[in-house]
Design a protein around this ligand. Structure first.
Ligand code: FCB
Length: 459
């Protein structure tokens, strides 16, 4: 198969996700998702926000298409809201939901931008959660059926597909730490959710045509233990962040490192005959979302404990050290982590890679109609450079997609953390959009690519 992204240069893109931007949660037949339900519970989101309006992108398709055209990038990565398309989770298809994505895809292609579709960016139909959510195998089957429905409508025009976005978050933040929807604290059952997510991916791969380019988007991490004492917890962390996904995709097996922390996966009732075989070799390309490295440590340091420490069932007591400098969301800035991750992951998987998300939250100020965000520009510059270095070292990385187009609903952080190239003024009823300086920086990179320059360019 010809891969939609060429190997000889890095392609540029920008990424978004349905629940974070669309709004219109009860229009045109869309049913509630687990994020509608989760955000309705007090205390789940920092500012009490939800996605009911978000950036109102469902109603402002033309405005957002104009922004993408002006940005000049070659790829737009978006996700499809399952509850818009198959509102009950299975069965009946809602054509009005598909129409929205159809218009988006046609609009992109008409302006020379290529669509990259993600089938699941965390907005599970609430009805499926009530039937067990990702703890149930039936959800994996329902996902494959939904994938077929979407592909049938868009597959003639969309060439780059991903099944899941960051299944680690869906499984472990959703079913272990309980800080993302559906907000459950089920301990080791989160490993079962992880298995069903990968199974859903594999079954979706089987129903999509062999000549479609299908991948999965993982938030793999470089794991850098703070000291020798943290070696064991580092092995456990690596198992849950990296190996539990890559082992079955590459080897068709869970390694001992995974089974030690996830004994639930030793059960023949969970990992059934044929599951691992379906997973093996099921990616034509791999998406990597990278923001920060992980530095596992033992608890008891003189620092506030890390909010994600409950997201690693089976690993034992661990903490995570975050060094300076940090972005506004508290994530360490370290671009060499991306270079290392791309190199090691390419050695492990041997399929083309795309950096499907990378970006930074900074507390932007709108002053006299201008948002100047030099920190974000520096972050993007250093991470594009790191990506190019990984390519120089032989990693077959074909694309770099910025997270994200618009300031949007940042999950449990609500609207308090902004990653956009475009500022969205939420104090104003019309949600006016203002291009930040970083938007101009990406425009210049896109223009330089057209001239055949190596990125990043400085100007
Ligand atoms: C990733 C998510 C994306 C966004 C960024 C900041 O984990 O995929 O939706 O929230 O983080």
């Amino acid at each position: 198969m010809t891969h939609p992204l060429a190997p000889d240069r890095l392609a540029l893109g920008v990424a978004t996700a349905s629940y974070q931007i669309e709004g219109a949660v009860d229009e045109d037949g869309r049913s509630p998702s687990i994020w509608d339900e989760f955000t309705s519970r007090p205390g789940t989101v920092r500012d009490g926000g939800d996605g009911s309006r978000a950036c109102d992108s469902y109603h402002r398709l033309d405005d957002d298409l104009a922004l993408i055209e002006d940005l000049g990038v070659e790829w737009y990565r978006f996700s499809i809201a399952w509850p818009r398309v198959v509102p009950d989770g299975t069965g009946r298809v809602e054509p009005r939901g598909l129409d929205y994505y159809d218009r988006l895809v046609d609009g992109l292609l008409a302006q020379g931008c290529r669509p990259a579709a993600t089938l699941y960016h965390w907005d599970l139909p609430q009805r499926l959660e009530e039937a067990g959510g990702w703890l149930s195998r039936d959800t994996a089957r329902a996902f494959a059926d939904y994938a077929a429905v979407v592909h049938e409508r868009l597959g003639d025009r969309v060439q780059l597909w991903s099944t899941h976005n960051e299944p680690w978050c869906a499984a472990y933040l959703g079913y272990a730490a309980g800080v993302h929807a559906p907000g459950r604290r089920e301990g080791g059952q989160a490993h079962v959710a992880a298995h069903h997510l990968t199974l859903g991916h594999a079954w979706a791969r089987q129903v999509l045509p062999a000549d479609a380019s299908v991948g999965i988007v993982l938030n793999l991490v470089p794991v850098w233990p703070e000291d020798d004492a943290a070696r064991d917890v580092a092995r456990g962390l690596d198992a849950i962040r990296n190996r539990i996904w890559l082992d079955p995709l590459v080897d068709g097996a869970y390694s001992d490192a995974v089974l030690e922390v996830a004994p639930e996966l030793r059960s023949d009732d969970v990992v059934r005959d044929g599951d691992l075989g379906a997973m093996r070799g099921s990616v034509d390309w791999l998406g990597i979302n990278y923001y920060t490295p992980m530095r596992p440590a033992l608890p008891g340091r003189d620092a506030p404990p890390h909010p994600e420490r409950h997201a690693y069932p089976g690993v034992g007591d661990l903490d995570l050290v975050v060094r300076e400098p940090r972005t506004d969301i508290g994530w360490e800035v370290e671009a060499t982590g991306l270079e290392e991750l791309l190199r090691t992951t390419y050695e492990r998987v041997g399929v083309p890679l795309v950096v499907t998300e990378n970006g930074a939250a900074y507390a932007d100020q709108l002053v006299d109609g201008v948002v100047d965000d030099p920190d974000r520009i520096a972050y993007l510059h250093d991470h594009v450079a790191a990506t190019e270095r990984a390519r120089d070292a032989g990693a077959d990385v074909r694309g770099y997609f910025v997270w994200t187009l618009l300031d949007n609903f940042e999950w449990a952080e609500g609207y308090t953390k902004t990653f956009g190239l475009v500022h969205v003024d939420r104090t104003h009823q019309d949600l006016p959009r203002t291009r930040k300086s970083s938007f101009g920086w990406v425009q210049r990179q896109a223009a330089a690519l057209q001239r055949g320059a190596r990125l990043p360019v400085t100007s």
